[in-house]
Ligand binder design. Structure first.
Ligand code: HEM
Length: 416
């Protein structure tokens, strides 16, 4: 390690292999080794500054200071937001497009997605009662896909739901890797894009099956700041940017079910006023999902004795920030009550990004995620009974994105 400015620089040519090998702990290992909350290394052969904590979150999420262009490896970008998406826009163009997403997140719409999740959950649950039980991760993904299609006004052929769910899930599964898992995600992405593209064309052609005002309609008819309809390729990307991450909320649902299993005292507590929200927030803080977010500097600044010039690459370790002992007492403990004392600072708790929604890149679907999770936790605790048989519930932090190894097998499922 060398320190020429205030930022320790790691020895060695490149840390990409180490990142892929160590997963979520990559940053934590090096923050500990350098006794610093920031270090410089090389990733994909390019210099990168990796940091965690509130100060770093403020730097990355200061509006217009950084751009998301060239901030993610292409293998990740093409499976998540993709080219042409809101995340790759800056300034006024970003704000205009972001407003399109945020306009979908009204209190009524957030309540409705919860109702739709409950409807699809109760429709699916009788089939989970079979003798072999059900893998919750797989079952909930399809529940969420059906729910978000109804919510978005996407007409769904019932037989098609399983295939489409697997396509969207494969993108998320492949995003944190290189090699076969990533290639599989890319292949299925093409199929999902074709389907989403046909849908956009149908809405634009006036197909009355797609309800006005719903996400599919809003996106298909959205006009950019210059008054032009979105390019069809961009419109289908943005439609998938609503459907795919909603299916991805299944990962948090499975972590919530794991937490209920490992902390059974929470099962009754979530019925109390306020505790449900604390529980859901703690699930999002405690368990791993997005390991990092990155930005390329647009507006020069100095930090820790180093000049960040345009193009400098800054990575914020989300997982480490959500486990930062400067922000969270006893961070390795699962303790929902801690959110009773949290002041709501948008730069201290960042499972889905930090800062402001409209002017920055904070996740457009965060409220929707919370609404879906709260309903799912209610269904797990009061909507059904089940057993959790002996199985491998370990969460491998070297795999990105992580999940319980078994996907959480439930047996003796009975609607309550
Ligand atoms: C499954 C849970 C989710 C996680 C862990 C998650 C995570 C994130 C993160 C970390 C960002 C910030 C990226 C950055 O700063 O560059 C982000 C952005 C975004 N998310 Fe999510 N997200 C989730 C669910 C959702 C949902 C349900 C939707 C839509 C319904 C959504 C839509 C978006 C969009 C459109 C952006 C880009 C925002 C922008 O660039 O302004 N996400 N998400």
């Amino acid at each position: 390690m060398t320190v020429t400015d205030g930022i320790p620089r790691l020895r060695g040519a490149d840390s990409t292999v180490a990142l892929l090998r160590e997963g979520y702990a990559f940053g934590a290992h090096r923050f500990a080794r350098t006794a610093s909350d920031v270090f410089e290394t090389r990733l994909m052969l390019r210099p990168a500054v990796v940091a965690f904590g509130e100060e770093a979150a403020r730097l990355l999420y200061e509006p217009d200071r950084t751009t998301r262009r060239r901030a993610l490896p292409p293998t990740t970008l093409t499976l998540l937001q993709d080219r042409g998406s809101v995340e790759l826009l800056d300034g006024e163009a970003h704000r205009h497009r972001k407003q399109m997403f945020m306009s979908l997140m009204t209190p009524a719409a957030l309540a409705e997605i919860g109702d739709l999740v409950e409807r699809e959950w109760r429709t699916g649950a009788p089939q989970w009662a079979g003798s072999g039980g059900v893998v919750l991760f797989d079952a909930v993904r399809e529940v969420l896909f059906r729910a978000v299609c109804a919510w978005s006004g996407v007409p769904l052929d019932r037989e098609d739901a399983g295939t489409r769910t697997r396509q969207l899930a494969a993108m998320v599964e492949g995003a944190g890797s290189v090699g076969p898992r990533n290639l599989h995600g890319q292949l299925l992405r093409h199929r999902a894009e074709r389907w989403a593209g046909e849908l956009i064309a149908r809405v634009r052609g006036g197909d009355p099956a797609v309800q006005e005002g719903r996400a599919a309609h809003v996106i298909a008819r959205h006009r950019d700041a210059e008054g032009r309809l979105l390019d069809p390729d961009v419109a289908r990307v943005e439609l998938l940017n609503v459907l795919r991450p909603t299916v991805a909320v299944a990962r948090f649902v499975v972590f919530a079910a794991l937490a209920l299993h490992q902390h059974p005292e929470c099962r009754t507590a979530v019925g109390e006023n306020g505790y449900l929200r604390w529980f859901v927030q703690e699930v999002r803080r405690y368990y791993p999902f997005f390991p990092m977010v990155g930005g390329r500097v647009q507006q020069e600044f100095d930090w820790r004795g180093r000049r960040f010039t345009p193009g400098s690459w800054l990575l914020l370790d989300i997982y480490a920030t959500n486990h930062d002992p400067r922000l969270w007492a006893d961070p390795a403990a699962f303790r929902p009550e801690r959110f009773g004392a949290w002041d709501g600072d948008p730069y201290t708790f960042l499972p889905q990004g930090a800062g402001e929604f409209s002017s920055g890149h904070r996740c457009a679907g965060e409220w929707l995620t919370i609404s879906v999770l709260e309903r799912a936790v209610r269904l797990l605790t009061t909507g059904m009974t089940y057993e959790v048989p002996l199985q491998d519930l370990s969460v491998d932090l070297t795999r990105m994105p992580a999940a319980p190894a078994s996907g959480l097998l439930l047996t003796d499922v009975r609607p309550a």
